[in-house]
Design a protein around this ligand. Structure first.
Ligand code: GSH
Length: 225
């Protein structure tokens, strides 16, 4: 019997992060498609996707879900055994979530959904992204995986977030924010893993309905002054 249910939508990079971890772990889970405005507040108090129903209750926050999956299915080896090496993987995950994606996210309304953000926000975000991306590449190895020779949970975060950061650079600043980094080859390497290929295909299939949802939501949001 399936006991895990992942709630959210396939256009969400955070949803996909948790989903790839579950698939990499060969976990028995089902998906429940739900957009932000419809998310159960008891399970995800900020109404953000994803959250995971477990036999013990719900868990929200994608990285927390990844950690739960890693502990429940240790054979997936999402983190190295050495406490130090595992900490280095978590360090990369934190940089990708907090210092890259969350900063780029301020501009998603304009980059992806036909909204408008202020020039002031664009300027401060550009400075922060420049500094944070440089710091990330100081920590990242990409040899060939982001934390080194082995696949880890940090590759899941890099796969889901780096394309978003790069797109924001192109769409808002007409710039290659990731510099010389060969994102295409890195993504292709991970797409060879069934968990990534399936998640990517599901995301493409779910994009039209998500775009329609967002267009409707943006029309109800007043433009920033
Ligand atoms: N820190 C959260 C971020 C999740 C998040 O921002 N999810 C987005 C979709 S990609 C969402 O549900 N946004 C709706 C909202 O903020 O109202 C996590 O890691 O799960």
């Amino acid at each position: 019997m399936t006991t895990l249910v992942l709630h959210g939508f396939s256009a969400s990079n955070y949803y996909n992060k948790s989903k790839i971890a579950l698939l990499e772990a060969n976990a028995d889970f089902t998906e429940h498609a739900v957009f932000p405005g419809e998310i159960d507040r008891q399970s995800s108090p900020l109404r953000k996707a994803p959250y995971l129903s477990t036999p013990n209750g719900p868990i929200c926050e994608s990285q927390v879900i990844v950690e739960y999956v890693a502990q429940t299915y240790p054979s997936a080896k999402l983190f190295p055994e050495s406490p130090f090496e595992a900490a280095k993987v978590r360090e990369l995950c934190t940089f990708l979530d907090i210092h890259l994606e969350l900063v780029a996210r301020r501009l998603y309304a304009q980059a992806f959904f036909g909204g408008k953000v202020s020039d002031g926000l664009k300027d401060t975000t550009r400075k922060e992204l420049g500094r944070n991306i440089k710091a990330f590449f100081q920590l990242a190895k990409f040899s060939p995986y982001v934390a080194g020779e082995s696949f880890t949970a940090a590759d899941i975060s890099a796969y889901t977030h780096l394309p978003m950061v790069r797109s924001v650079g192109k769409k808002i600043y007409a710039e290659e924010l990731l510099g010389e980094f060969d994102l295409k080859s890195y993504v292709a390497m991970l797409d060879a893993r069934p968990a990534f290929a399936k998640t990517s295909a599901d995301a493409a299939a779910g994009m039209p309905s998500f775009n329609a949802y967002m267009q409707a939501a943006m029309q109800q949001t007043p433009a920033p002054k």
